[in-house]
Design a protein around this ligand. Sequence first.
Ligand SMILES: Cc1ncc(COP(=O)(O)O)c(C=O)c1O
Length: 392
Amino acid sequence: MSDKNYSYFQPPDRILLGPGPSAVDPAVLLAMAAPTIGHMDPATFDLLADIHDLLREVFGTTNDFTLTISGTGSAGMETAVVNFVRAGTKVCVFANGYFSDRLTDMCRRQKADIVRLEKPWGEVFSDDEAAEFIARERPEVVAFIHAETSTGALQDPAAICKAAHDVGALVIGDCVTSLGGMPVEVDKHGIDIVYSGTQKCLGVPPGLSPMTLSTGAVEALKARDWDCVSWYLDLKLIHEYWGKSRRYHHTTPVNMIYALREGLRLIHEETLEARFARHRLHHRALVAGFEALGMKMHVAEQHRLWTLHTPLLPEGVDDAELRKLLLETYGIEVLGGFGPLAGKVLRVGLMGSSSTRRNIVLLLAALESGLHAQGHAAAGGVQAAEAVLAAG
Ligand SMILES: Cc1ncc(COP(=O)(O)O)c(C=O)c1O
């Protein structure tokens, strides 16, 4: 036996303003601390029914096939891939950031026939580019990232979905960094296979991946005559538990179910309209603050996420040193860029409960101090943000 003295773990005091996880509302933490009950308890089934309905609201869908995968956002991504992509399936991937690369890797492991349309990180695909690519390649599956967390860019799903449906393809859409913070509108756009994660704009700890399937995707699933390589992520089996038969598949993490139900209840109470307006206003205020501090935005204005920001670091500012100061002196977590954006941008999230006026002001003041510490004159960030907030 180790003679180490294992004391109770008290997490450090943090303000979570990175790309996720975001702050978790105390009501959600309280819900999680309730006594665990069984995954086959009728009371748990009542919670699943609530989650089913509340998730449909945030996804903007009437899809009956709406559930959660037990795992983080990557489990949702992998579920989308292993259920609809197998050896030889032709997949078109819109590749403009890290998460489209991860999705490509998952398709590669399935031995799919992959064609990628590439763009520099931070740019998005125009309607014409999307339509031309899909019409030319005529794939069976199309995949795109709605909110690219590695770049801060928002991809409009409309043209992608229309072109895909014109050639009879199903569309996989990653909404990990948009769901609950920006409109996703699954039905309006016709995104067929959509997944997200709980730890970003839903304001719940990491651990579940909400997912929804269109009628077309459900039909394809029913007609599937091959075995999904993953037993755990096989949607046909998982739906036996979430659907009418309520048959055991695996032991659902019940306390995460409590947490998600409470997180979704809070969203319902706030209303989606008010929540989106809050995220948008705070995004505009933060951008004004960055710009006043001399930090230009990496992504063009019309394509920016409200939930994840990528301000460019001023010339000569050391990214790691700046983030270390924010974390160690002010307890503020923001992350840096990676891949082609390493050392060039910060990644600053304003997601869910983290999207507050207080956090904007604290971050901008701390940033100003961090820039000064590196001999970089910067001022007026807080005032610029406050002006936007006051104007509304
Ligand atoms: C756009 C996007 N997709 C997928 C993932 C993977 O989610 P997770 O890290 O929860 O597995 C993330 C995580 O940040 C993400 O931002």
